[in-house]
Design a protein around this ligand. Sequence first.
Ligand code: ZN
Length: 384
Amino acid sequence: MYLSAARLVTPAVEMQDTALCIQGARIAAVTPPHPPPDAHVVDASNFIVVPGFIDLQLNGGCGFDFTADPTTLWRVAQELPRYGVTAFLPTIITAPYETIRAAQAVLRAGAPENFRGATPLGLHLEGPFLNPAKRGAHNPAYMRLPTVNAAREWSRENYVRLVTLAPELKGAPQLIRALCEQNIVVSAGHSMATFDQARRGFDAGITYGTHLFNAMPQMDHRAPGLAIALLNDSRVTVGIIPDGIHVHPALVALALKQKAPQQLSVVTDAMAALGMAPGEYLLGDFRVTVNENSARLADGRLAGSILSMDQALRNMLAFTNCSLRDALATMTTTPARVLHLENERGEIAPGYFADLVLLTQDLRVAATMVAGQWAWHDRGVIAL
Ligand code: ZN
């Protein structure tokens, strides 16, 4: 398939009047010579072609919560291309080990027949080794102290890709090292870590920080805690939720300036109400009340977001005044690099997966391609 585009924008390049050649699931060439006369050519000349978005933290959507029922994962994955998402980490919040095993089994079983949707790249386990003092919307009854044994069943091959833990907990450094040996990315979050405790976690192998500023000590200039440690250390990339509620837009801008787009990864942390009307939804064990812009427990604490990835892109531009290329980096190349997938995802280049989004000039999603197949399109905007 050939895709002719007026404008191609990726973190690395910006090109006018270009074309892509897609063969099977991958991009074969960018700006190929004229397509053969019998080629299938899609005219995308009204659109901006960008790499598909990668969300490292998603709890559910369309009314379904992955922790309450991991079998809903493929169902939600089918809906994500409408938001430009082509790959994601289904996130299991603090839960009994059986829930994690069930989620691993869902991924092991593979996609249902005729599945078309975003690619789950493995689980993000947000818990159970978290600090109850920063529990957020997690159930402290399931929280545990780190133990190397607990992680025996977890590896990249066993569908665990990223684990969020509190580095100050007893036994954390040993567990961090054990997880790194299993090719799992380890992240600091839901934590009371001091600056020094955080640094010791980075020394042990932590390379990511989960939702910067949320569920960590408030910034204190005399006692810098986890947030400042994350911002100051070039070994770690930070996730951030740019919905304008979890973090003030000014601090999103500050974080981008400090970390650069290469070390800031936009996540949605979206929950079951993504794409749904306001109402009552589940996050793990808890009922969450959702209005037009936030999801909260009965006591007012935030319980995930209802942010979509395409809205996050528009918010990044509005909050930080950065370029489209830099905003895209925070949701394409940067999350791909966090997962060590920078050679096959996050960019538009020969050999990469054909994971693409066609954006309208006002940055709405018109169509999304996953692994060379159209997974969603807005029929009012483009015919495919
Ligand atoms: Zn969280």
